[in-house]
Design a protein around this ligand. Structure first.
Ligand code: NI
Length: 173
């Protein structure tokens, strides 16, 4: 296992529509376990493949509370089949936009179909924080960031901040 470098916004790879995963292979298993390790290390509760430069439709998440045992999840080719009418607003963050947290309103629950890392099909309903996290990660696979739900002014301010952060990081390497 190894840690992957997380791509910071703005980057063209974060704006792409990702390709469906064609099948579960040893490479895909390695990628998923590297992504989980990278997510826990960050630390974060979700990480999508394009955030580590792989433009394929999978993400990992673990929204269980800090005190309880980890519950790593891998969702491959996820698709929403149902959204609730009622909504939830959570303060969201993103490992590709470090240090920024903003309120985003999304459906309070969603049903998703996906394959797990053994290639098995699932349909599952996500509620609360898990629903927000799963939608945020699925958005990544379509080149959408939580910034895209904010006002243009906020988005530009945050993007300028991230450009500055990337310059500073590059200088310190
Ligand atoms: Ni994110």
């Amino acid at each position: 296992m190894s840690l992957k470098r997380i791509i910071i916004h703005p980057d063209p790879r974060l704006k792409k529509i990702c390709e469906p995963v064609s099948g579960v292979s040893p490479e895909l298993r390695r990628l998923a376990s590297d992504m989980l390790e990278t997510m826990y290390d960050a630390p974060g509760i979700g990480l999508a493949a394009p955030q580590v430069g792989v433009l394929e439709r999978l993400f990992v998440m673990d929204v269980c509370a800090k005190e309880s045992a980890p519950e790593p999840r891998v969702l491959i080719n996820p698709r929403i089949t149902w959204k609730s009418e009622d909504e939830n607003t959570y303060e969201e963050g993103c490992l590709s936009i470090p240090g920024i947290y903003e309120d985003v309103t999304r459906p309070a629950s969603v049903r998703m179909v996906f394959k797990d890392i053994d290639g098995k099909d699932h349909e599952e309903e996500f509620i609360g924080m898990a629903a927000t996290c799963a939608q945020h990660e699925l958005d990544h696979l379509d080149g959408t960031l939580f910034l895209d739900y904010l006002s243009g002014i906020k988005r530009r301010m945050i993007t300028a901040k991230m450009k500055k952060l990337k310059k500073e990081r590059a200088r310190n390497e």
